[in-house]
Design a protein around this ligand. Structure first.
Ligand SMILES: Cc1cc2nc3c(=O)[nH]c(=O)nc-3n(C[C@H](O)[C@H](O)[C@H](O)COP(=O)(O)OP(=O)(O)OC[C@H]3O[C@@H](n4cnc5c(N)ncnc54)[C@H](O)[C@@H]3O)c2cc1C
Length: 476
């Protein structure tokens, strides 16, 4: 049996007092066929022609579709649900996140989009954060004890470094700026860095590290189910105009230039293979997928994208029928816990007065894995029952009532979840952005300045603007 099939469970199973639901997140079956060159024969002729094809229905693909909502397009998403790493689930009426949990602020494209979609985040201040550091729980970012003094010293030094070191902050590692801090404080910082980027402070840029400290000192903007709410709202808006435009369970095998623009080959849920032609194609998959599906990529782009490293993630949603954990919105655990960020999915409901006791509680826990094939193999071959048991045992050290109040656990795996912002990555991405073509625009969040909501919207806006130019050119 192949590694990918060895521990795939398709049904829920009862464990010590709680159920482990089927895996969610990445399904490696077709991706590994593509990797191994086991690709189905494509049809010669297109059965359909549209103006634009959007490949991938994560937040970048969905936002592109929203910006092109008055155009003739089709979006192809490999899974049954849109959202990608910003997707989510539901337990007793609580929407929870399987990936992106929040954003900061509503500046620029974000605010405009939220307003157009008529969705409003709940603003949660950093006083609703707890830290497990050196064996103790601490709250907020204000205080006079050692932890809070270290936090605020780092925050004020960041200000100075940003003024003095400028561009160097993309080339130097975060660890360069941490040498004078308390050991126990650094145990938390190390875990924070891993939970944001799947890498240690030594392996991420100073800018990336400073971003963590500034973000966690600011308000969090939280929707029901985290950023999955944005994906649900866009999907609903597009589907309400026509349910023919977003095609889920549509795995794209190839994207190539054609005399009219581009041609895309994909298979549907039943395995039937289709070809669709268009004037312009927008590829919103991560670069490692684009490298496999897009033909005629310039060698410079291939070599730049091949330099990117991806960390893996496992996200665990612990569902409880009663609210037994009286903790703030989010908590962070220090080393040696193998996980760090933990968020209460019911918090936006509570803070906006919509929470009802029968909704219970969902704790979302983020377990990062390092970049590289060894860690990805570990994620792929996890035994779900053993993993759930081990997580519950460790989480119960922090949240004692969890163990006896669980109803179910959902485990989500993301194989190439996060690009590690190692020194030099931004220059690689900037150079990659300069390589453009007439028939294809690359618009994954990483093309918009970083793998985040902001990056996804910037990439989507740029792609939509390019498409609109193509459209005008063809009509005139
Ligand atoms: C665990 C985790 C937590 C995160 N937390 C946050 C957070 O709190 N805030 C934040 O701003 N960001 C967060 N992020 C970053 C997140 O990745 C971005 O915010 C955003 O969701 C990226 O969207 P995207 O559309 O660019 O990429 P993706 O989400 O990677 O979307 C790509 C889409 O393409 C589809 N696809 C891939 N290959 C094919 C194919 N061959 N055919 C068809 N479809 C295909 C995928 O299924 C997916 O839907 C988090 C990421 C992870 C993994």
């Amino acid at each position: 049996m192949s590694a990918s099939g060895a521990n795939l469970q398709s049904k829920s199973r009862e464990l010590a007092g709680y159920k482990v639901l089927p895996w969610t997140g990445d399904d490696y079956t077709l991706g590994h066929r593509l990797r191994d060159g086991n690709v189905p024969a494509p049809p010669d002729k297109a059965e359909k022609t549209v103006d634009f094809v959007i490949v991938g229905g994560g937040i970048a693909g969905l936002a592109t579709s929203y910006y092109l909502r008055d155009q003739n397009f089709v979006l192809l998403e490999q899974y049954g649900q849109t959202g990608g790493t910003s997707s989510g689930g539901n337990y007793r009426g609580i929407e929870y996140s399987r990936g992106a949990v929040c954003t900061s602020g509503t500046a620029g494209l974000k605010g405009q989009l939220f307003e157009q979609l008529n969705i409003k985040p709940v603003i949660i201040p950093p006083t609703e954060t707890a830290w497990h550091e050196g064996g103790h729980w601490l709250k907020s970012v204000n205080g006079t004890d050692r932890f809070h003094q270290e936090w605020n010293r780092l925050l004020s030094e960041i200000d100075k470094h940003e003024k003095n070191d400028g561009d160097k902050l993309e080339e130097l590692s975060f660890a360069n700026y941490l040498s004078s801090y308390d050991k126990s404080f650094l145990g938390l910082i190390e875990n924070l860095t891993k939970t944001f980027y799947c890498a240690s402070a030594e392996n991420v840029t100073a800018n990336a590290g400073f971003f963590i400290i500034k973000t966690l000192t600011s308000d969090s903007y939280v929707f029901d189910g985290g950023n999955s709410a944005i994906c649900r709202a866009i999907t609903k808006a597009i589907d309400s105009s026509s349910n023919e435009r977003i095609h889920t369970q549509s795995f794209v095998w190839s994207v190539e230039p054609s005399s009219q623009g581009a041609s895309v080959v994909y298979s549907d849920a039943a395995g039937a293979v289709h070809r669709i032609d268009c004037k312009h194609v927008i590829v919103t998959t991560p670069p490692y997928v684009a490298l496999r599906i897009v033909s005629h990529l310039p060698e410079t782009l291939r070599s730049l994208w091949n330099q990117i490293e991806y960390g893996a993630f496992v996200v665990i949603n612990c569902c409880m029928p009663k609210k037994v954990l009286q903790y703030p919105y989010q908590s962070f655990a220090d080393e040696p816990y193998p996980f760090c960020q933990m968020a209460m999915a019911e918090a936006p409901y509570q803070l906006s007065g919509r929470y009802k006791p029968e909704m219970g509680s969902v704790l979302t826990v983020y377990h990062p894995y390092a970049s590289g094939p060894a860690a990805r193999h570990e994620v792929l071959t996890l035994n779900a029952d053993q993993f759930a048991n081990s997580m519950v045992a460790q989480l119960s050290q922090l949240f004692e009532p969890l163990q006896n109040n669980l109803e179910q656990i959902e485990i989500t795996r993301w194989g190439h979840a996060i690009m590690v912002p190692k020194p030099g990555l931004s220059s690689v991405l900037n150079k990659a952005n300069q390589v453009t073509s007439d028939w294809m625009t690359f618009a994954h969040s990483s093309a918009g300045g970083g793998q985040s909501l902001e990056g996804a919207l910037a990439a989507a806006r740029n792609a939509a603007d390019r498409c609109l130019k193509v459209s005008v050119k063809v009509r005139t």
